[in-house]
Design a protein around this ligand. Structure first.
Ligand code: F6R
Length: 245
């Protein structure tokens, strides 16, 4: 695991975008695993900026997202499909037919099969990750055991609380989500994880300090990946007492 401390979250996002651009420029047909959420938003701003400056093209790139809320239609403002359209797909030259986010409003069992089939057929050259306040990765929530394949998960109360900031009311946060399994996430050749904000301190500690892996902190399993880069800003590094070695 490579840990990089940046000046601020904007710099983390710029550096993550540069890695994605390198992956795409060295393989214009690359498959990218993408994340949604506040942490990832600025990565897409940076990619859009680089696209406008003609430093990268997404014309032949394929993408698969980590997760989606069950029950939200793709045009719901809080659906992850809506997020991707807004922050990336509508701003660059990607072919929408080459992108996949599970559809929250289709038959869940059938959509789950479609999701896993996509994942099996399109190994990811790269995976972008955020991290949950409780240490979740995608929607792999802390539990006594973790799943390796795509599945439908009951979203934990702590994630519902954390994600309520994006909805009008806490009750509006969906109770279930489609998520890639830990094995799906791990199969990506290269992974970049970004974290910022005091509320992520415990999760980031579990990831970068010590050498314990624990299903109650799903992020800790990422220690085992052979090509993981973690970007944290100086403020978060200070908070958890991490110094660059
Ligand atoms: C999103 C995802 C989640 C988020 C995590 C952090 O596709 O898989 O694991 O990365 O919940 O969310 P933010 O960035 O909103 O704090």
């Amino acid at each position: 695991m490579k840990i990089v401390i940046t000046k601020d979250h904007k710099e983390s996002c710029r550096k993550a975008a540069d890695i994605i651009i390198d992956v795409v420029n060295s393989n214009p047909n690359a498959t990218l695993g993408l994340a949604t959420g506040g942490t990832a938003e600025q990565v897409y701003d940076e990619l859009t900026e680089s696209f406008k400056q003609k430093k990268v093209s997404f014309k032949n790139v394929k993408t698969i997202n980590l997760d989606e809320y069950v029950g939200l239609s793709p045009d719901h403002e809080q659906s992850y499909q809506y997020f991707m359209n807004k922050f990336l797909f509508s701003r660059v030259d990607i072919d929408k037919n080459n992108t996949f986010v599970p559809a929250g409003n289709k038959n869940p069992e059938e959509e789950l099969i479609a999701f896993q089939t996509m994942l099996n057929q399109h190994p990811r050259d790269f995976q972008l990750l955020g991290i949950g306040v409780n240490g979740h990765i995608a929607f792999n929530e802390p539990a006594g055991e973790l799943r390796t394949k795509a599945h439908i998960v009951d979203i934990s109360q702590s994630t519902i609380t954390a994600n309520a900031r994006y909805f009008d009311k806490r009750e509006d946060v969906p109770k279930q989500a489609f998520t890639q399994g830990m094995g799906d996430v791990f199969s990506a050749k290269k992974i970049v994880l970004l974290a910022s904000g005091a509320e992520k301190a415990d999760a980031v500690k579990a990831l970068i300090l010590g050498d314990i892996v624990n299903t109650w902190k799903p992020c800790s399993f990422l220690k085992l990946h052979s090509d993981l880069t973690v970007f944290i800003d100086q403020e978060l590094a200070d908070l958890i007492g991490y110094e660059q070695v």
